[in-house]
Design a protein around this ligand. Structure first.
Ligand code: ACO
Ligand code: ZN
Length: 281
């Protein structure tokens, strides 16, 4: 899916340095005008402040005392940690994260109103600190039952299962809120692939256990996946028939096994026992 880069609009920043990575950007991001003449930006990997020159970053790193995102650590399993950052309490961090994310997100509008969002930042931690792998944002209150606004895995970490981990995490939060959720639309093609993959695996696992004797409503209650998303996923797998005005799940075990094999690896699991979190009020 490299053709992404070719659709790129007038790109300002072509490369960023973040932690130990140099990353080519994908899309335009509306950095403040004083950065218009920059091809390369240097990010502090912890507070996400960005600078024009490497020497500025080096000076910054000597005095920046953050070693992880500025928020509560709500999950830790092995070297993986998740931090919850409140956009209202950490406005500059939230804005910096949005500028950074927009470099890899095409049709998302940038929210300056970071107050209304929580940011869930996934990190790989070592003795030097907690290094951001990716994140998702979530509205504090969503009328449309969105449980995720934007999701990003930084390019050096992509295709290793972190995206599905972030998606799974967003549904674990919805389960704790006793709500169903769905990602904000539109989805990018990579976003749709990742969601389709996640929905398929989760639903097939349950259908296999229950030998298909389960309704869409029950599936939705168990997974926090919105009924419409369950329906479109099962339809795309041709597991739905329409009988007497009703959608019926037809889960032939052989068909399930075939789909499960095609669905590939499960990826990184969220260990719910390691999530310490109460819903935002
Ligand atoms: N080519 C083909 N399939 C891919 C690719 C790719 N380059 N990347 C991901 N996929 C598909 C695969 O099916 C993959 O599962 P598999 O590896 O088991 O086959 C599945 O997506 C998920 O892969 P992960 O490794 O779990 O996901 P990743 O960490 O790469 O993150 C994400 C996925 C977040 C969409 C990432 O590609 C990204 O950040 N893209 C740029 C930003 C973006 O488009 N975000 C979504 C916008 S929509 C929204 O925000 C609501
Ligand atoms: Zn810093």
């Amino acid at each position: 899916l490299r053709e992404h880069e070719e659709f790129t609009k007038v790109k300002n920043i072509a490369t960023i340095e973040l932690g130990r990575y140099e990353i080519e950007t994908w899309y335009f991001s509306p950095f403040p005008p004083e950065y218009n003449d920059c091809l390369r930006l240097y990010f502090c990997e912890f507070c996400l402040n960005f600078m024009k020159r490497k020497e500025q970053l080096q000076r910054h790193m000597r005095k920046c005392d953050l070693k992880h995102p500025p928020g509560d650590e709500i999950y830790r399993s092995g070297t993986l940690s998740m931090f919850e950052v409140d956009g209202k309490k950490n406005k500059v961090y939230g804005q910096n994260l949005c500028y950074l994310a927009k470099l890899f997100l095409d049709h998302k509008t940038l929210y300056y109103d970071v107050d209304l969002f929580l940011f869930y930042v996934l990190c790989e931690c070592d003795d030097r600190g907690c290094h951001m792998v990716g994140y998702f944002s979530k509205e504090k209150h969503s009328e449309e039952s969105y449980n995720l606004a934007c999701i990003l895995t930084l390019p050096p970490y992509q295709r290793k299962g972190y995206g599905k981990f972030l998606i799974a995490f967003s549904y674990e939060l919805s389960k704790k809120e006793s709500k169903v959720g769905t990602p904000e639309r539109p989805l990018s093609d990579l976003g749709l692939l990742s969601y389709r993959g996640y929905w398929t695996r989760v639903l097939l696992d349950i259908l296999k256990k229950h030998k298909g004797n389960i309704s869409i409503k029950e599936l939705s209650d168990m997974t926090a996946i919105k009924a419409e998303d369950i329906l479109t996923t099962l339809q795309s797998l041709e597991l739905i028939q329409y009988r007497k005005g009703q959608h019926v799940i037809c889960a032939d075990p052989k068909v399930l096994d075939r789909h499960l094999k095609a669905a590939g690896r499960g990826g990184l699991e969220v260990d719910v026992s390691k999530l310490i979190w109460t819903p935002y009020k």
